[in-house]
Design a protein around this ligand. Structure first.
Ligand code: GLN
Length: 194
């Protein structure tokens, strides 16, 4: 079993380290062909407009939609959350448009460009350390979406079946329990096909 980390932009090595700490082999994915070797995919943070453009340029929009269609788990963090969303506030077009959520970009304002906090996440026992950097918020969710955590009443972690998203960067701390949660989703997928 292997998890890929989309390596177009952003904190790729940190995600590889965190998922490996969760006990799963990880590889950087730079070309669409490499998706065939992985059973789960992480889309890191960065800048969603840039990631979206690069995804179009290298054929990842269609390839990741097919990957998702097959039921393979995908975990989007920060900008990765934005590119998975069906709707981005103030923008006409979404990117992958896979998850039934609406997001607001840079939703914490300039005063709070970045901050850290401890979050209670459904399915994880103790609070998880979360680093927010020009983070998006989920402003509405469809009825297939389960809210896993909120920060000041705003949704910051959610799941829709095989899709998991966080507004923040779980890969920038030593706390790899959200990666462990995702690794369990990938194990469940692997178990369901073998
Ligand atoms: N603000 C960025 C965007 O809108 C996301 C920030 C991040 O990934 N840390 O794309």
């Amino acid at each position: 079993m292997k998890v890929g980390v989309l390596a177009l932009q952003g904190a790729v090595t940190e995600h590889i380290r965190s998922i490996e700490l969760a006990g799963v082999e990880a590889v950087a994915v730079k070309k669409i062909e490499e998706l065939a070797d992985v059973q789960g995919l992480i889309i890191p943070g960065g800048e969603s407009t840039t990631i979206g453009k690069l995804m179009h340029k290298y054929g990842f929009i269609e390839a990741i939609r097919e990957f998702s269609q097959a039921g393979k788990p995908i975990f989007g963090t920060c900008a990765g959350l934005i590119v998975l969303a069906k709707k981005i506030e103030g923008q006409d077009e979404a990117h992958l448009a896979l998850m039934d959520i609406t997001v607001a970009r840079n939703a914490f304002g300039r005063q709070r460009e970045s901050f850290e906090t401890d979050l209670n996440i459904k399915g994880i026992d103790e609070p998880v350390r979360a680093v927010f950097i020009r983070a998006p918020l989920i402003t509405s969710v469809g009825n297939q979406v389960e809210v896993l955590s909120t920060y000041q009443d705003e949704i910051v972690t959610a799941r829709q079946g095989h899709l998991l998203v966080s507004s923040y960067h779980p890969e920038l701390t030593d706390d790899y329990r959200l990666h462990q949660y995702f690794a369990d989703m990938v194990r469940a997928y692997q178990g369901s096909i073998s």
